[in-house]
Design a protein. Structure first.
Length: 175
C-alpha cells in the first residue's frame, strides 16, 4: 500500500511539472503569424521533349557484343585453348600475384619450386604443374624464378598465351 501511495505522489509531481509555461510558445506563434508572408517563386515551366523515332532497327544493338564474322570465327578456333577436361590443381584457386616463391629444392637431377599460398602453406611444384587463375602452366623452375605460360581471353572469342613469372624475393627488400 505504501508503494502505491509513493507512486501516486511521484506521478502527481511529474504531471505538475508539465502544466505551466506555455506563454513563451504562444508569444512566438503570434510573432510568426504577424510577419508578412514572403513571395513564393512560381514553378518552373516544364518543357516536353520532342519525340524521336528510332529508325536503327537494322543496326547492331549497342549494348550487345558484336558477332564475329566468318574470318574471326575461323581464327578463334585455331589458337590455344584451355583443356576443359583437365583436373584443376590446388594452386589454381589463387591469383598469380597472391602466390610467392620462397625457394627451390633439388631431388636428384630434378629442381622443384617452393610456393607459398595466401594461407601460408608451402607447396612443391615442378614443370608441367598449373597455378594461378588463368590456366598458368609452369614452363621452367630456376633457382631465382618460376616461369609460367598463362592462357587469357583475347577479347575476340579466343585465347592467347601470356608469359609470367614468380620470382624469389630479394633479401634486401624483405628487411
Amino acid at each position: 500500500m505504501r508503494r502505491i501511495t509513493i507512486l501516486t505522489m511521484f506521478s502527481m509531481f511529474l504531471l505538475a511539472g508539465c502544466t505551466g509555461g506555455k506563454q513563451d510558445l504562444e508569444q512566438w506563434v503570434q510573432q510568426t503569424l504577424a510577419r508578412p508572408a514572403g513571395e513564393v517563386e512560381p514553378l518552373p515551366q516544364v518543357h516536353t521533349p520532342e519525340p524521336v523515332v528510332y529508325d536503327a532497327n537494322d543496326l547492331r544493338d549497342p549494348f550487345m557484343r558484336p558477332r564475329p564474322d566468318a574470318e574471326e570465327v575461323a581464327s578463334a578456333g585455331s589458337g590455344p585453348r584451355p583443356d576443359p577436361d583437365r583436373r584443376r590443381e590446388y594452386l589454381e584457386r589463387f591469383p598469380l600475384d597472391a602466390l610467392e616463391m620462397v625457394g627451390t629444392i633439388s631431388i636428384g637431377d630434378r629442381t622443384f619450386g617452393l610456393i607459398s599460398d595466401p594461407e601460408d602453406t608451402i607447396h612443391r611444384v615442378s614443370e608441367g604443374n598449373y597455378l594461378g587463375q588463368n590456366h598458368g602452366r609452369i614452363l621452367q623452375v630456376t633457382p631465382v624464378a618460376i616461369e609460367v605460360m598463362e592462357l587469357v581471353p583475347d577479347g575476340a572469342e579466343g585465347w592467347m598465351e601470356r608469359e609470367a613469372s614468380i620470382a624469389l624475393p630479394d633479401d634486401d627488400q624483405q628487411g
